[in-house]
Design a protein around this ligand. Structure first.
Ligand code: C2E
Ligand code: CA
Ligand code: CA
Ligand code: CA
Length: 279
């Protein structure tokens, strides 16, 4: 037992060093990721429960590093936020989403919304509306097809500054979606103050919706509240038929989750959309 404990200790410090090293080397590598074309957008469909069709996709970052392999966003977004790299990366995400929309339009695919995640740090610069306007214009994309996803934390920090930018985006015709609802410092005041179009029920509630009455109650109340404010309700992280049935019953408008599709690289998404068009 004693020996095992000592091994554990060694193992633990080894892990700590490895972790620190990995973090430092990650930052160095991440700095070059954009220039070296190592970032990719994957797209996860959102499906309307009214007719079962894909009405839009969420763009999710992937980093395919030559040295480090495939790194999921949960492992590098926090680092990108800390280091400020999220500003360049976030701009790239908005531009790439618009380039992709242009390519889909050129292929004759039916138009659909593309949602991009925009972090608090990006809003803090005050440049989000300008970046969005330029990306849309450069690619000839109508603003109504772009959706900006933000979390409650964005509205919390310097909310006047954020509100102005959201108003500007809304005036352009871009939709605004409130992500991860119920997990942050939720305040109902935000819902009336900010001009929103969509609300996404967080996957932690969806996960337990059929087994935990409290998660179900929160999801139900959130849906009623959102509908009262004329917001579209999207449930994320839908993995089972049971969850789907529950959400449908509850009046949820759209679902996103592995049950329908994982986030897909662009080629695979195009195949899925072309198949749908032929139905
Ligand atoms: P998010 O915005 O809440 O995105 C939803 C996450 O849930 C995605 O993880 C998606 O792959 C995952 N997901 C979707 N359906 C299911 C399901 O049925 N079951 C489960 N267990 N998970 C599901 P992903 O792609 O790893 O992204 C993680 C987070 O990284 C995102 O959470 C978002 O906060 C952040 N992120 C991703 N792309 C960007 C980006 O371009 N900019 C910024 N600022 N953040 C991003
Ligand atoms: Ca999101
Ligand atoms: Ca989310
Ligand atoms: Ca999340």
């Amino acid at each position: 037992v004693k020996e095992a404990g000592r091994n554990n200790f060694h193992f633990y410090t080894g892990e700590m060093n490895a972790h620190a090293l990995r973090w430092m080397s990650l930052e160095v590598h991440l700095r070059h990721a954009v220039e070296r074309n190592e970032l990719r957008l994957y797209f996860q469909p959102q499906v309307s429960l009214a007719d079962g069709r894909v009405t839009g996709v969420e763009a999710l970052l992937r980093w395919q590093s030559a040295e480090l392999g495939m790194i999921p966003p949960g492992d590098f977004i926090p680092l990108a936020e800390d280091s400020g790299l999220i500003l360049d990366i976030g701009t790239w995400v908005i531009e790439e989403a618009c380039r992709q929309m242009k390519a889909w339009h050129a292929k004759g695919l039916p138009p659909m919304t593309v949602a991009v995640n925009v972090s608090a740090r990006q809003f803090a610069t005050g440049t989000v509306p300008a970046v969005v306007r330029k990306a849309l214009r450069d690619n000839g994309v109508a603003p109504r097809w772009l959706e900006v996803e933000l979390t409650e934390s964005v509205m919390m920090h310097d909310s006047d500054h954020t509100q102005m930018q959201l108003n500007e985006l809304a005036a352009m015709g871009v939709s605004i979606s409130l992500d991860d609802f119920g997990t942050g410092y939720s305040s109902l005041g935000y819902l009336s103050r900010f001009r929103l179009d969509k609300l996404k029920i967080d996957q932690t509630f969806v996960k337990n919706i059929t087994t935990d009455p409290r998660s179900a109650a929160i999801a139900r109340a959130t849906t009623a509240l959102a509908h009262g404010l004329n917001l579209i309700v999207v449930a994320e992280g839908v993995e089972t038929e049971g969850q789907l049935a529950f959400l449908r019953d509850m009046g949820c408008d759209k679902i996103q989750g592995y049950l329908f599709s994982r986030p897909l690289p662009v080629d695979e998404l195009s195949v899925l959309l072309l198949e749908q068009r032929m139905l």
